[in-house]
Design a protein around this ligand. Structure first.
Ligand code: SF4
Length: 439
């Protein structure tokens, strides 16, 4: 039995790096320290495994690379999408490839926290690490998120129960508030629950900001909650030594979107006139925070980027994947570690079915079923090393438990990029903007 300690879980943005994995005969037999989501990630990472294939028939990796490169070299409006469930070096390769072929590149933040990323770029981010939350926060507000189900160890590692430097009594040293449109399992962690009307977040944050700045309002309720309750919350926020507001998709994907996230950030900023107050989105799947970071530092923009003119352009609604596919615009798609055919709206999925799709995924997926070229890749974090970003933008190293017979995402993307470069050079189209390519 081979035992690997200090393994990083790749499933959610808590990015727990204290797991212990027991492997025997190439099979994971035991997973220690993980939550149930993390355990399933490791124990079932080979479930539904498919082989590399072209047009549904088994093929070699080399044949898949050739077929994928030919599709991407010919495409006039290629799309690269996914990127959340892979590591940093593969994400960088995907951006290099997008630059080479003049592609549109987007990742899964586009359908979750894109409004938060837009707000951060306009308002700024009063930020912190999760270590600071553990050691200092005495007021934790969860707004429109459900970490008890989506990020099970968030509460025990950082935000609710752990004992920290300035929170030596753990849970007893913290006040926890949960705000949402309905009760969830996270409500049980809280000292108080505030139930608001759906789509009222922006209105509420406007009122909270007014109260923080000393303006009272002559109204009985806001967002279905009596004003008195909002006055009590503002008093709690001002009295805290260190407050944090964590928000989720209950805020970003409701009416107001990036205005909601911007209002949270502006409120947290204003509170710093009275105490130390920060705000952090609870980020979900895998290494989506890494995708934000890598795409932002490489292109200057956080998601939905188009290289069609030879330089990066950013325009949510135009270059975001659901919008682009729903309008029938891309003529080829490279999907990396994601399954858009399983969760995108019907018009977007219908267009994916009409164009050649290349998929990189360790598991069988719905998108893999419609793919012209499908690569089976090693599972990041379990079979490959590299780096991921925790939800607080802290880089964490991966520590693979055992090797996979399949190539990593980075290896496949590097091979595709090199072959595309050769094809473009051979046709005299190297460096040409996508619109100038000849089919
Ligand atoms: S909380 Fe998230 S990162 Fe930690 S073990 Fe559970 S699924 Fe994995």
């Amino acid at each position: 039995m081979q035992v690997t300690k200090g393994v990083t879980c790749p499933f959610c943005g808590v990015t727990c790096d204290d797991l212990e994995i027991h492997v025997e005969d190439g099979q994971i037999r035991e997973v220690k320290n993980a939550c149930s989501l993390g355990r399933d990630t490791f124990l079932h990472h080979l479930k539904g495994l498919a082989t590399p294939r072209i047009d549904g028939k088994a093929a070699t990796v080399d044949a898949c690379i050739e077929a994928a490169a030919e599709i991407l070299a010919r495409a006039k409006y290629p799309l690269i999408y996914g990127l959340d469930s892979t590591e940093l070096h593969a994400q960088r390769k995907a951006i290099e490839l997008a630059d080479l072929i003049g592609a549109n590149i987007d990742h899964t933040s586009s359908i979750c926290h894109a409004p938060s990323l837009q707000a951060v770029q306009t308002v700024g981010l009063p930020t912190c690490t999760m270590g600071e939350v553990k050691n200092r926060a005495d007021l934790v507000i969860f707004w429109g998120c459900n970490p008890a189900e989506a990020h099970p160890r968030h509460a025990t590692r950082f935000s609710v129960t752990p004992k920290g430097m300035f929170t030596p009594q753990g849970r007893k040293d913290r006040t926890i508030i949960h705000v949402d449109v309905r009760k969830t399992p996270s409500t049980r962690m809280a000292d108080a629950f505030i139930q608001i009307k759906p789509h009222s977040d922006y209105e509420i944050f406007s009122v909270l900001t007014a109260l923080v700045k000393g303006h009272d309002l002559d109204v009985a309720e806001v967002g279905g909650v009596p004003m008195e309750e909002w006055r009590r919350l503002v008093a709690l926020m001002k009295d805290a030594d260190y407050g944090i507001l964590h928000w989720g998709m209950g805020l970003t994907m409701t009416r107001g979107r990036h205005f909601n996230s911007g209002a949270v950030l502006a409120l947290a900023t204003d509170l710093n006139e009275f105490t130390h107050f920060v705000a952090k989105p609870v980020r979900g799947h895998g290494n989506v925070t890494g995708a934000d970071n890598v795409v932002s530092w490489s292109t200057g923009f956080p998601f939905g980027i188009n290289f069609g003119r030879g330089y990066p352009r950013f325009n949510p609604g135009e270059f975001t994947t659901v919008d682009l596919l729903s309008r029938g615009e891309a003529d080829a798609a490279l999907i990396i570690a994601s399954d858009p055919a399983a969760n995108f709206p019907k018009p977007a999925v219908e267009h994916l079915k009409r164009i050649p799709v290349i998929v990189l995924d360790p598991k069988a997926s719905v998108t893999g079923q419609i793919a012209k070229v499908a690569f089976t890749t090693a599972t990041y974090g379990i079979n490959t090393g590299g780096t991921v970003y925790r939800m607080d933008d802290v880089a964490i190293a991966l520590r693979p438990a055992f090797e996979s017979p399949y190539p990593s995402d980075e290896e496949v993307l590097t091979a595709i990029k090199n072959r595309v470069r050769e094809l473009l050079a051979g046709s005299g189209r190297a460096g040409a903007p996508a619109a100038q390519k000849v089919a």
